[in-house]
Ligand binder design. Structure first.
Ligand SMILES: NC(=O)c1ccc[n+]([C@@H]2O[C@H](COP(=O)([O-])OP(=O)(O)OC[C@H]3O[C@@H](n4cnc5c(N)ncnc54)[C@H](O)[C@@H]3O)[C@@H](O)[C@H]2O)c1
Length: 150
């Protein structure tokens, strides 16, 4: 099955909210935003609101030492991924899935020129594909049974 659709279509469906923290935040501040908003990652922005990196649950797990650092005393900039993989609104969903697989990331900031316009996650893309499959199956059922959508 071909995967059709663009990042812009996903953002229209899921919304363009962007959850972020400042580069001065601690890991604790970032974890609090993630818990409040029920998301697995936050973007870290500099004073000019430019994207510095992404901090996710995975960064916290992978980059923590044993025993873990005190999150209240650890700057988020010490734990973030600064090799950020971004996409544009016009990029297609199959391309985003490939990027996530190749770079082993679950969140892609969406940029339009210098402007941040949203975030898409692996869950958003999987949901998109499942919905597209459901709709293709429904159309095939209608085709087989001779019932066409009004
Ligand atoms: N029911 C839904 O519509 C829906 C949508 C996405 C994910 N999920 C489920 O949630 C679970 C985890 O999802 P996930 O791995 O995709 O990651 P996640 O928990 O980080 O993402 C959940 C939602 O929050 C959004 N989000 C995450 N970080 C954001 C940020 N910093 N700024 C703005 N939006 C942000 C994502 O785009 C996604 O829509 C999975 O079980 C997935 O199936 C459900």
């Amino acid at each position: 099955m071909d995967i059709t659709g663009t990042v812009e279509m996903v953002l229209r469906h899921k919304g363009d909210a962007i959850y972020s923290v400042s580069h001065r935040a601690t890991v604790w501040d970032a974890l609090k935003v993630m818990a409040e908003k029920n998301v697995g990652a936050v973007l870290v922005l500099d004073e000019d609101q430019r994207l510095l990196g992404v901090f996710s649950e995975r960064e916290w797990v992978r980059r923590s030492s044993v025993p873990p650092e005190d999150p209240r005393a650890t700057p988020v900039t010490q734990m973030l991924t600064d090799e950020v993989v971004c996409v544009c609104p016009g990029d297609d969903i199959a391309q985003c899935m490939r990027l996530m697989t190749d770079h082993r990331v679950r969140h892609l900031p969406v940029v339009e020129g210098d402007l941040l316009v949203g975030v898409v996650s692996i869950g958003d893309l999987v949901n998109w594909v499942i919905s597209a499959q459901d709709s293709a199956i429904e159309q095939l059922e209608h085709y087989i049974t001779g019932v066409y959508p009004a």
